[in-house]
Ligand binder design. Structure first.
Ligand code: HEC
Length: 209
């Protein structure tokens, strides 16, 4: 964390402590104030994370990122907050290789009734690493728009929500349900690739089909 972020967070923490001191202990008001303070601190942290990502972007990309709707920014902020593993070196492709390894582990584990491995690998997918600069730098630049990115929450829900449900089912030993959630996860991979990626590795040295 950079120094500015640390200073900001400690200012918020100090202000929160001061505000809470005036409220009767254990009161609903105090509980609410505490919850709000956590939200506020979270928001700050999220904003810092997003600003950190934007500081790494070229001016062209940073400008496009800045122009995104508040809802998408909020979503990206939550993604940054939720994922504690963030690399300052790896690319999105490398993160995807890691996700693929976990995805294959899940498939194999379901097939051989190993609920523990399935659950663990599925949670690793849900808590996947974030690449350097977040996701935006790796998308075609025309996809960095409010409209193109508006599908992200649904895809995240399919992959990450599906992976968590899969983990819960696998832990219960319900491999049939786990297999169904595996289908939801897969649909999320497919939809996102169709929307943001297309066929990987297409060669410019072949005649058009
Ligand atoms: C939020 C959108 C999104 C989701 C969801 C997603 N991917 Fe990806 N994936 C991408 C993008 C974008 C690329 C291309 C990255 C690049 O080339 O820089 C990619 C590329 C890949 C690659 C190719 C790496 C290479 O070497 O070219 C693999 C493998 C992959 N994804 C696996 C998965 C799996 C498995 C899932 C589901 C568990 C998944 N992805 C879900 C967006 C997504």
């Amino acid at each position: 964390m950079n120094r500015r972020a640390i200073v900001l967070i400690s200012i918020i923490a100090a202000a929160t402590a001061a505000a809470l001191a005036g409220l009767p202990p254990g009161s609903t008001a105090q509980a609410q104030a505490q919850a709000q303070a956590v939200d506020m601190a979270g928001m700050r942290r999220g904003m810092e994370l997003l600003q950190g990502q934007m500081a790494l972007m070229t001016p062209e990309l940073a400008e496009r990122a800045n122009a995104l709707s508040p809802e998408i920014k909020q979503f990206l902020m939550q993604v940054a907050l939720k994922h504690s593993r963030q690399s300052d070196r790896l690319t999105l492709r490398q993160v995807m290789h890691e996700i693929l390894a976990d995805y294959q582990a899940v498939g194999a584990a379901i097939a051989v009734d190993n609920g523990e491995l399935a659950a663990e690998a599925a949670r690793r997918i849900a808590d996947h690493r974030l690449p350097r600069g977040g996701m935006l730098p790796y998308l075609p630049i025309d996809k960095v728009s409010t409209q193109a990115l508006s599908v992200l929450p649904a895809m995240e829900e399919a992959v990450e929500g599906g992976a968590r449900q899969l983990a819960a089912a696998a832990e219960r030993g319900d491999m049939a349900a786990a297999a169904q959630h595996f289908g939801t996860v897969t649909a999320g991979c497919v939809a996102c690739h169709a929307h943001f990626r297309g066929q990987p590795g297409v060669s410019p040295r072949l005649r058009a089909r």
